[in-house]
Design a protein around this ligand. Structure first.
Ligand SMILES: C[S@@+](CC[C@H](N)C(=O)[O-])C[C@H]1O[C@@H](n2cnc3c(N)ncnc32)[C@H](O)[C@@H]1O
Length: 237
């Protein structure tokens, strides 16, 4: 029997969430919101940090000039590469999950738009989240927009369930949301979440880190991700 993951990095490394219909549905809901908030257009070079299986990148690729993804999970990097195989020039790089400030091979370029969606809550501590925000700003071209989205402000499974249902109510997908909540209870993700929890951050603290690095920073509480209770950070270089 394999030991349960001791960290989220181990979970993302070992657990097969690839091809997950929920990831695909979340990406279908989130990608248009990200495109709107980041004001994506044909001149944009987009970097997705913590791109997972590449669902969001694949959805956004037709909107922009180029796409690059990075992720700390070798199996998800492979999945994203396969998903983006038909997208000209797309690159997906493996980074060290234990070094959130190190964007590896992606750091050799500058990007006009950067996305980091549903990643910060899986970092070990707030210092890692701050290092990640600084790293995003370092690879941002002048005028770049950066969206760090789906931030957990208080780690509560009840608040997340209510947030999921609120979004589902607005989108007319309540039946799917109930089924998803039922599945979550018995899932590997649900078990790890119950044991390890998620990293909660104060978005105003991350905004302050960005301002100290010379960026404009705004905290958004618009319901742009699948969970209406999450917050988002919009930065401008
Ligand atoms: C919930 S998934 C989100 C995937 C994708 N952003 C999406 O919205 O579909 C979290 C992802 O963050 C990645 N991740 C977590 N910590 C990371 C780190 N320090 N560096 C790079 N990727 C990381 C995981 O490997 C996983 O793919």
């Amino acid at each position: 029997m394999t030991a349960p993951p001791a960290t989220w990095a181990e979970f993302w490394r070992d657990h097969d969430v690839v091809g997950d219909a929920e990831s695909e549905a979340d990406a279908a809901g989130f990608a248009p919101e990200a495109a709107r908030v980041l004001a994506l257009g044909r001149e944009d070079d987009l970097l997705d940090v913590g791109c997972g299986g590449g669902f969001v990148l694949a959805a956004l690729a037709p909107t922009v000039r180029s796409v690059v993804g990075v992720d700390g999970s070798p199996r998800l990097v492979e999945a994203a590469r396969a998903r983006l195989a038909g997208v000209g020039g797309a690159q997906v790089h493996l980074v060290h999950a234990a070094r959130p400030g190190d964007l590896g091979a992606a750091a050799g370029r500058r990007y006009s738009a950067i996305l980091c969606h549903s990643v910060v809550q899986y970092l070990p501590d707030v210092a890692a989240a701050e290092a990640l925000v600084r790293a995003l700003l370092e690879v941002a071209a002048p005028g770049a927009r950066i969206l760090v989205s789906d931030l957990v402000v208080a780690d509560s499974r009840w608040a997340d369930a209510r947030g999921l249902l609120r979004t589902a109510w607005r989108r007319g997908t309540l039946r799917d949301a109930w089924a998803r909540l039922r599945r979550a209870r018995g899932s590997a993700y649900g078990a790890v979440r119950a044991r390890l929890g998620l990293l909660a951050v104060d978005p105003t603290r991350l905004a302050e880190v960005a301002r100290r690095a010379g960026a404009h920073a705004e905290v958004l509480d618009a319901p742009i991700s699948a969970l209406a209770n999450r917050r988002h950070l919009l930065l401008r270089r």
